[in-house]
Design a binder for this molecule. Structure first.
Ligand code: AMP
Ligand code: GLY
Length: 438
């Protein structure tokens, strides 16, 4: 089949890479400007949000399946517009994408479905929100309702922070439309993990549980980023735990979305807080995570295009969805200054030594005998024939091996072959999992 991927980051490079290896895929297209993707997919010079033009391209070129990476086109209704033209597309409708685009919507669905989540109330009136926080205990959490690029959540340890967060969102319009409504919710403690499932409107197939690392510095210090690393599986979270998440979260959510007239198709990303036997959903996202996707695609070992097409056609139960039992890790290499201001156009050295997972470098050979390494491009560009930085998160180095320890060692050896001025990476990706496997 002919497949088109929408998006142009590390997540989409990983999707393209796995799709390009699907026996059912003959031609692959991507809305790219990323040199990694350009090596394996034919570029489509249309922005990921240029929905009518993308639908026109898909129709003219008889694309059999379109796969949407980022959230924005989904919440703009790309799936509805493709389907109106009879085009097959993997992702939720605009209505169903509210699971990510509105926290109040997501919380109401969880309530209806009986999915465990922090107690909450929504407010649009700042005076009412201030009255509410007069009587609350701290810490507690204030969230902008809409999409705020990961910056909409404030964990408040005292009253002054809460009052400031209410004013920023509801009075100073710091988050624009996304902050016209806020959610005030109970603070949860525990360990965070993410769970992913391919959904067909009625049923779902689990495709892995991961742990993400959100802050820029080691030991979870510093400001939050889009994600600095992830690994899967996570020691301590076994198959029985995954079945529990399917039973207590994914299945009831799909049944409720169906009953509300907005069946959920696509990948469902469940952000969980786990404290002993207690699980709570922190958030839903309606897309793959980045860099979670890069680690997941290493483990995904059946025909991805077939599996996604089965989800689109409402028959995920008939699809082959296999995951390697091996451990996969993704480490993000970021620009100096990220997640704040950072320069672009800095020359990157060493990626060619890792292309194809075949480094000539003997120093890493011991690891690579047992470790499969793959580098995914995110914020990179070609200038005068040279690979240069072109964004905050520049590359994701992924590795897979038969133990987490080997995967971690191999990924860091590979990452250290890549150099550019100001390069930042966390040194402790998978630290919780490694501590449990001692
Ligand atoms: P969200 O966008 O809702 O996932 O929130 C972003 C991050 O804020 C989460 O990954 C958590 O680290 C933290 N967070 C969100 N909600 C809560 C909560 N109710 N209790 C504690 N931490 C939270
Ligand atoms: N890595 C977190 C996300 O993609 O939302």
């Amino acid at each position: 089949m002919k497949v088109m991927v929408i998006g142009k980051g590390g997540r989409e490079h990983a999707l393209c890479w796995r799709l390009s290896q699907s026996p059912s895929v003959r031609d692959l297209f991507c809305t790219s400007g990323n040199p990694g993707i350009d090596q394996i997919a034919q570029p489509v010079a249309i922005a990921p949000t240029g929905i009518p033009a993308l639908a026109g391209f898909a129709a003219e070129n008889r694309i059999d399946l379109t796969v949407v990476g980022p959230e924005e086109p989904l919440s703009l209704g790309i799936v509805d517009q493709f389907e109106a033209r009879g085009l097959k597309i993997f992702g939720p409708s605009r209505a169903a994408a509210q699971l990510e685009a509105s926290k109040t919507f997501a919380k109401n669905v969880m309530d209806k479905a009986g999915v465990p989540t922090a107690r909450f109330e929504s407010f649009t009136d700042p005076a009412a929100a201030r009255r509410r926080v007069q009587s609350c205990t701290y810490p507690m959490v204030i969230k902008a309702d809409g999409l705020a690029l990961g910056k909409g959540v404030t964990v408040c340890h005292d009253h002054a922070t809460a009052i400031a967060a209410i004013a920023e969102a509801l009075e100073a319009n710091r988050f624009g439309e996304a902050g016209r409504q806020i959610v005030i919710e109970e603070f949860l403690t525990g360990e965070e993990v993410s769970f992913f499932a391919l959904c067909d409107g009625d049923r779902a197939a689990p495709i892995g549980l991961l742990q993400d690392h959100k802050t820029i510095f080691d030991r979870d210090q510093g400001p939050n980023t889009g994600g600095m690393g992830a690994y899967s599986p996570v020691p301590g979270f076994d198959a029985a735990f995954e079945q529990r998440v399917m039973r207590e979260v994914v299945d009831p959510t799909l049944a409720t979305m169906r009953a509300m007239g907005m069946p959920y198709k696509g990948v469902l990303y469940v952000g969980l807080m786990v404290d002993g036997d207690r699980i709570n959903v922190l958030e839903f996202n309606v897309r793959f995570g980045d860099p979670e996707c890069q680690a997941l695609m290493m483990r995904f070992s059946s025909d991805l295009a077939e599996a996604m097409l089965s989800a689109v056609e409402g028959k995920i139960d008939q699809a082959a969805v296999r995951l390697s039992p091996k451990s996969a890790i993704a480490i993000v290499i970021a620009s100096g200054g990220y997640p704040g201001e950072h320069r672009k156009g800095i020359a990157i050295k060493g990626v060619d030594r890792l292309e194809g997972g075949q480094p000539s470098d003997l120093k890493v050979q011991w690891a690579l005998d047992q470790v499969r390494v793959k580098v995914f491009h995110a914020g990179t560009a070609m200038r005068d024939g040279l690979l240069v930085t072109d964004g905050g998160r520049v590359l994701t180095v992924t590795a897979m091996a038969d133990s987490l320890r080997k995967a971690v060692a191999g990924a860091y050896q590979a990452a250290d072959l890549i150099e550019f001025e100001g390069r930042q990476l966390r040194r402790d990706i998978a630290y919780r999992g490694l501590a449990r496997t001692q």
